[in-house]
Design a protein around this ligand. Structure first.
Ligand SMILES: Nc1nc2c(c(=O)[nH]1)N[C@H]1C(S)=C(S)[C@@H](COP(=O)(O)O)O[C@H]1N2
Ligand SMILES: [Mo]
Length: 530
């Protein structure tokens, strides 16, 4: 008899699951709203996403298209929310049988979120803990409210319902009908979604991509290098020679754009140097600045992909800074460390080669460096993939040996050295497009930073490789536009492209990569001519 009544006192698993889902949503919604409203309070969703990134096993990144491009970041945030809600559903189902298990699961989730936030380099612990505690309490409270209402769950701390004797203080909440349960759950869920959505909006607004408005750069010593005449082709569908800041690809491990305060930021130069140096932002931009076009590519860029851009960078000569610090003999590696702990590493010999000018960049295409591209300062080293060279939100330049240190992505299985492979891309015609028979233009880009591109060749339907017309390159460190006039005949055609670098080396045709050292193979489009 007692057993029967106890069982009937439990809500069905469905109601438990629904209560758990709503409880999870309320916790997430409140935590996100707090993060959006109160400066310094971290987003727990972002923190858990960052923990996932930090804990990824070597090689995991090969599964995603880029080293955390914009789409990956969204997918990761969504995945975190889905997993958190799934655990909350579990807590609801468990809580419907024994509330203690329900709140324990929610508390563990809250604790993990708290931990995830506290270990973030850019997060202060107290607001993180406060947010996690409030969010967990809100989730537990919601779960209890819904479970009690749904099924006369015994109120914890009082006499269990099943054994309640009349008049002994047995307190059971009214067993709501189905409609009441749905209405209350729905209202809470709606509130949670609004709070969470608003919170996310505010969080993102607090992490803009643009540079801080107050910052102004002094003019570089000389006028900006003019684009050489003939460097831009007037060809259909061709990618602009210079990539506008807003269209420059973004790849990094940060789920929210770091906002670094230039007033307190410092750049250290240390390690195997004679004189460790420190620069404030004003000191850095007070040094002689110069401009340079450099094409930057991500090692994760696939053949035909768009994780590549070309910008006019403004900055300080890295060689001058290194000379001032005095590199000690044997310091074979230069490590760039970011405010968030991210690192790159490249050979000192690459940086010191007289043929190139690595830079500590403070400006991009005539504006201060946008936050999403590394404000206040980043490294740009001609000829190297971003993951070994282009530290954004730079905080330290550390001299060490090649053997003594592996940078962030090297530890995760990517090549220790990352010279950009010779590449080429067909921008027009687009793959799968249809064209009119007659004169057509095939065009695109080719790059081999900083060996330069000496030739681009196009192959139609497996025929001979034909030399394309090259635009004038800005420099060997930049990509170059190319075009080929083509008398298109009716039918289906395949078009391939390959580049030859400045040393005469032909682009590798065997498809491979991108891991561990960059993608190989020729870009190909198929078109129908009518
Ligand atoms: N601090 C920091 N710097 C970073 C990264 C990062 O994750 N964190 N990613 C690197 C990689 S993999 C690339 S390809 C370039 C991309 O620079 P962009 O986002 O300005 O295009 O930044 C590099 N610098
Ligand atoms: Mo990258």
């Amino acid at each position: 008899m007692e057993r029967v009544s106890a069982t009937s006192a439990h809500p069905p698993a469905m109601r438990g699951a629904a209560a758990g889902f709503v409880a999870g949503a309320v916790g997430l919604g409140i935590s996100e709203l707090l993060a959006g409203l109160v400066p310094g309070v971290p987003s727990l969703v972002t923190a858990m996403g960052s923990l996932v990134i930090a804990l990824q096993p070597p090689g995991a990144k090969a599964l995603v298209t880029g080293l955390f491009g914009t789409a990956d970041k969204t997918a990761l945030n969504v995945a975190v929310v889905v997993v958190a809600l799934a655990l909350a559903v579990l807590a609801g189902v468990a809580g419907a049988r024994s509330f203690a298990n329900g709140w324990r699961i929610l508390t563990v989730v809250g604790f993990v979120a708290c931990l995830a936030a506290v270990v973030q380099p850019l997060v202060s612990p107290v607001p993180a803990v406060v947010n996690a505690v409030i969010a967990t309490a809100a989730a537990v409270g919601t779960l209890r409210f819904l479970l009690v209402g749904a099924a006369a769950l015994p109120i914890p701390g009082r006499v269990a319902a099943g054994r309640a004797a009349p008049g002994a203080g047995a307190a059971v909440m009214p067993d709501w009908d189905r409609r009441t349960f749905l209405l209350r759950s729905g209202a809470l869920l709606g509130g949670a979604v609004v709070a969470g959505g608003l919170g996310r909006l505010l969080v993102q607004r607090a992490h803009p991509a643009a540079p801080p408005v107050a910052v102004r750069l002094p003019a570089p010593a000389g006028p900006p290098p003019a684009l050489p005449p003939g460097s831009s082709l007037d060809a259909p569908g061709i990618t602009p020679l210079v990539t506008p800041n807003g269209r420059f690809y973004r790849i990094d491990t940060e789920l929210l754009v770091p906002q670094v305060d230039a007033a307190t930021w410092q750049l250290r130069v240390d390690g195997m140097v004679d004189h460790p140096l420190t620069f404030t932002y004003d000191e850095l931009i007070g040094l002689p600045l110069f401009d340079q076009y450099v094409t930057l590519e991500c090692v994760s860029n696939v053949v035909g992909g768009d994780l590549i851009g070309n910008a006019l960078w403004t900055g300080v000569h890295l060689k001058a800074i290194l000379a001032e610090a005095g590199i000690r003999p044997g310091a074979t590696q230069i490590v760039g460390r970011a405010v968030d702990g991210f690192t790159v590493g490249f050979p000192t010999s690459w940086a010191l080669d007289p043929s190139r000018e690595p830079m500590i960049v403070v400006g991009m295409n005539g504006s201060p460096l946008p936050a999403e591209h590394g404000f206040p300062a980043r490294l740009i080293v001609p000829g190297l993939y971003g993951y070994v060279s282009a530290t954004k939100w730079l905080s330290e330049i550390w001299l060490t040996t090649m053997e003594a240190f592996n940078a962030y992505w090297v530890n995760l299985g990517w090549a220790k050295e990352g010279p950009i492979l010779t590449g080429s891309r067909i921008d027009h015609p687009a793959d799968g497009s249809s064209l009119a028979a007659g004169p057509q233009v095939i065009d695109g880009l080719a790059w081999a930073p900083d060996r330069g591109v000496s030739r681009v060749e196009v192959q139609i339907d497996g025929g001979p490789w034909q030399a394309a017309e090259l635009a004038r390159a800005i420099s060997r460190a930049t990509w170059v536009q190319w075009e080929l006039r083509w008398a298109a005949t009716a039918g289906s055609h395949s078009i391939r492209v390959r580049a030859v670098d400045g040393t005469g080396q032909v682009q590798t045709g065997t498809p491979g990569g991108p891991a561990p050292a960059g993608a190989t193979g020729y870009d190909e489009v198929r078109v129908t001519v009518r």
